[in-house]
Design a binder for this molecule. Structure first.
Ligand code: HEC
Ligand code: HEC
Length: 356
């Protein structure tokens, strides 16, 4: 890029304001260079998150959708996945911390279920390998479905009228298809189609006009400030563990409180491994749909996205960002807001027995 091109970009002037083709070309080159850097760090969403071991069929997705919204498998008859991952709030509950079984407080903030199947592990501590294991273990989690064991969960599942034909269609040829394993496979298949293509995907596919000038400036700053080193890949995060609070303790910046259930500060992965080396190590969360899924961080301690960006720069990179930098990065983060999939837009009618 020429010196003139650089100067123009740093002044934030669009090439259209400047006469002379040489300069326009320089600005275009800069645009192409940013696109190339972005394409090396991020990837557009695939059509779905199926794998050879985790196939998707329309029958699996239809069953998984019903089960996702089904409250009758929980011990209080209220808790379903959608109770905390709701269509009204982009697959979250919009609370700092979720209210679980019998209204008891869960120590963490519910992330969105969109695109989560593409993350390298599930949960802030990474104690669930994939979305299927996550769905299975929710059945016996005290603050989620509350069943004392899988047998109790299976009994509830088999007692539900109207589901057997759906299980038989989704798992053809099985003598007893209504099992907790098949519950987890069906919900997993459903989550594997909950992907939300966004303007940033169109940008990565080469349409540079999909992002506003400010969003492109924000993308540039997101990369040069060092955010992309942790928040990279197809989900813009969700691909590695990192310490939260590298240059100072995170709670000094977030105002996070001690938590009785965790016996003090949330130490992230430590609670799953009991290894001191894992203290304050968290999965780097994905940032897709981050602008529409407040509040932020593992305990929902920060309500505003600009503040969350400031906290990150401070405690992860030891930097105080200028107001304009924060605004540009936030504009970029808005380009990660995707379209809500049709199968998640509203609660389905659940299978039920007809009155005799
Ligand atoms: C009581 C509220 C609640 C219910 C019910 C619930 N979740 Fe969650 N979910 C959460 C919270 C809170 C977290 C974060 C937990 C953590 O990271 O430690 C979470 C995390 C997840 C994650 C991991 C997301 C990520 O980015 O790591 C997935 C996937 C998920 N839930 C799917 C489901 C499914 C599927 C169901 C139903 C089988 C379900 N949840 C039921 C509150 C809930
Ligand atoms: C060294 C790795 C690292 C760097 C660098 C980093 N982050 Fe993070 N980011 C994390 C981790 C880990 C979390 C999860 C913290 C928690 O809630 O426990 C996180 C959380 C976030 C969240 C909250 C997401 C949510 O849904 O709650 C946002 C927003 C965010 N980062 C943006 C940024 C921005 C913008 C930058 C650059 C200024 C940045 N991050 C730099 C590791 C990093």
């Amino acid at each position: 890029m020429s010196f003139v091109g650089k100067a123009i970009l740093s002044l934030g002037l669009g090439a259209s304001l400047v006469a002379g083709t040489a300069i326009v070309v320089a600005a275009d080159d800069a645009g192409q260079a940013l696109l190339s850097r972005a394409q090396a760090l991020f990837k557009p969403l695939p059509a779905d998150a199926a794998t050879p071991e985790r196939p998707i069929t329309p029958e699996l997705v239809e069953l998984g959708q019903a089960l996702f919204f089904e409250p009758r498998v929980s011990t209080d008859g209220k808790v379903s996945c959608a109770f905390c991952h709701n269509p009204s709030f982009y697959g979250t509950d919009a609370l700092p911390q979720s209210a679980g079984n019998r209204g008891r407080l869960v120590p963490r903030n519910a992330p969105t279920v969109f695109n989560t199947a593409l993350q390298f592990v599930q949960h802030y501590g990474g104690n669930r390998a994939d979305v299927e294991e996550q769905a299975l273990k929710a059945l016996t989690a005290a603050l989620a479905y509350g069943n004392k064991d899988f047998a109790e969960a299976e009994t509830r599942l088999r007692a539900l009228p109207g589901y057997r034909p759906l299980f038989e269609k989704a798992f053809p040829g099985q003598a007893e298809p209504v099992t907790v394993e098949n519950w987890s496979k069906a919900i997993g298949a459903y989550e594997r189609v909950l992907l939300t293509p966004a303007p940033f995907d169109r940008y990565l596919e080469g349409d540079t006009s999909a992002l506003s000038d400010q969003a492109r400036r924000g993308l540039d700053k997101f990369i040069t400030t060092g955010c992309a080193a942790c928040h990279g890949g197809v989900t813009v995060g969700g691909q590695m563990y990192q310490k939260f609070g590298i240059t100072q303790d995170y709670w000094l910046a977030t105002g996070s409180q001690e938590n009785a259930l965790l016996k003090g500060r949330d130490k992230g992965r430590f609670h799953d491994t009991q290894d001191e080396a894992d203290s304050f190590i968290f999965k780097v969360p994905q940032l897709r749909n981050v602008a529409v899924t407040p509040p932020y961080f593992h305990d929902g301690s920060v309500a505003d996205l600009g503040d969350a960006v400031r906290v990150m720069a401070k405690v992860q990179l030891g930097r105080d960002l200028e107001k304009g930098d924060v605004e540009d990065i936030v504009a970029f983060l808005h380009s990660l807001t995707g379209e809500v999939p049709e199968v998640f837009a509203r609660a389905p009618n659940l299978p039920a027995a007809a009155y005799k």
